[in-house]
Design a protein around this ligand. Structure first.
Ligand SMILES: Nc1ncnc2c1ncn2[C@@H]1O[C@H](COP(=O)(O)OP(=O)(O)OP(=O)(O)O)[C@@H](O)[C@H]1O
Ligand SMILES: [Mg+2]
Length: 336
């Protein structure tokens, strides 16, 4: 097959503390190369398609059978849906979730509403833009304050946990201005942190993110996702009782279904003070940096090597594959 690889390349390198984080979610050249090599190793031809404004024309010239999509899109709340929406317009099959699921999951407040309606536990939260918005009844502190529609822990630092209402309101209005979007003020869950990967029909064993920071309210922060650090250890499979393991996998599978995800996703979970697992967020475009991204660590531990991981993401899309062509018809003409 001819496989298009849709990606956004990281040209601006983010710094610790969150400076220069505008392209933090984009992929490094080495990650794009690793995915391309894996697709080649599976016997396919790869066509690189950068997901910027050149994408539609490049796609039409590329004559691909299917697109492997890791693109984050240009900007705005619909950005992760941009490439899949163009692919649907041109009838090109692609890996992963559809535009609706990508929009729904990018906005953490929308995703939380959907999973809550599906009976899944998620901490109480409110979206603030001015910082003046009322809190939900019974809301308790501490609270984490994070951009409502970002990933890669953008805007999440140890100082993102507010001990009081005043602090939360001040943080929320700062964040809303900085990221030009609402800030999610969410009850902070003090328990263990786990992430669950779903690959096709398989819910892989949960991985624990063990935070060894001295912060009073530990978070898996922006800096932790820049480079390896002693502050974070990864335990996969997580050492948890089998009943909790079952509960977490069930929560992840139900969230995946409720959010309409397809092929692959990673669901982040935290335990509350009572040890009860809660949905934090869902990532239908999980990072694919070999030996580093959470999904790759989880797959490796499950005996799934990198090429096999890429194959298992690509396979369902190949089954949906159909060569992209422009429809042969005359342009519509009518008078208005
Ligand atoms: N309600 C919460 N209680 C405790 N910690 C939280 C909560 N929400 C987020 N965190 C911490 O902040 C981190 C980042 O939050 P979240 O997963 O929502 O952001 P993200 O930027 O979308 O992450 P990703 O890199 O997975 O896309 C979490 O991994 C967790 O450590
Ligand atoms: Mg997360």
């Amino acid at each position: 097959m001819r496989v298009g690889l849709a990606f956004n390349l990281k040209r601006v390198k983010p710094k610790a503390g969150g400076a220069h984080d505008e392209e933090a979610e984009y992929d490094a050249p080495s990650t794009i190369e690793a995915i391309a090599e894996a697709i080649t190793a599976l016997g396919h031809d790869v066509v690189l398609l950068e997901a910027d404004a050149t994408f539609p024309a490049a796609l039409l010239g590329a004559h691909v059978d299917v697109v492997f999509n890791v693109s984050e899109g240009a900007s705005g709340r619909g950005r992760e849906a941009q490439v899949p929406a163009v692919l649907e317009l041109f009838g090109v099959p692609y890996t992963g979730s559809d535009p609706a699921a990508l929009v729904t999951t990018l906005d953490k407040a929308v995703a939380k509403g959907i999973v809550r309606d599906a009976g899944i536990y998620t901490p109480s939260a409110v979206v603030m833009t001015s910082g003046e918005e009322p809190l939900p009844a019974g809301f308790t502190f501490p609270a984490i304050v994070k951009p409502v529609a970002e990933g890669s822990s953008k805007g999440v630092l140890p100082a993102s946990v507010a001990a009081s209402e005043d602090e939360a309101r001040a943080l929320a209005s700062q964040l809303a201005t900085r990221y030009a979007q609402g800030a999610l003020v969410e009850e902070y869950l003090p328990g263990r942190e786990l992430t669950v990967a779903i690959l096709g029909d398989t819910v892989l064993p949960p991985m624990e993110i063990v935070l060894r920071t001295k912060d009073p309210f530990p978070v898996y922060s922006f800096d932790h996702k820049l480079e390896p650090t002693d502050e974070v250890a990864y335990e996969v499979p997580a050492k948890i009782p089998s009943e909790l393991d079952r509960e977490i996998r069930d929560l992840a599978a139900r969230a995946f279904a409720a959010l309409g995800c397809r092929d692959v996703a990673r669901i982040d979970v935290r335990l509350d003070a009572a040890g009860r697992p809660a949905f934090i967020e869902c990532n239908p475009l999980p990072g694919l940096t070999p030996g580093w991204s959470d999904l790759c660590l989880i797959a490796e531990a499950a005996g799934i090597d990198y090429t096999t991981l890429i194959r298992r993401i690509l396979e369902p899309a190949s089954k949906r594959a159909r060569r992209a062509t422009l429809p042969e018809r005359e342009s519509a003409s009518f008078s208005l």
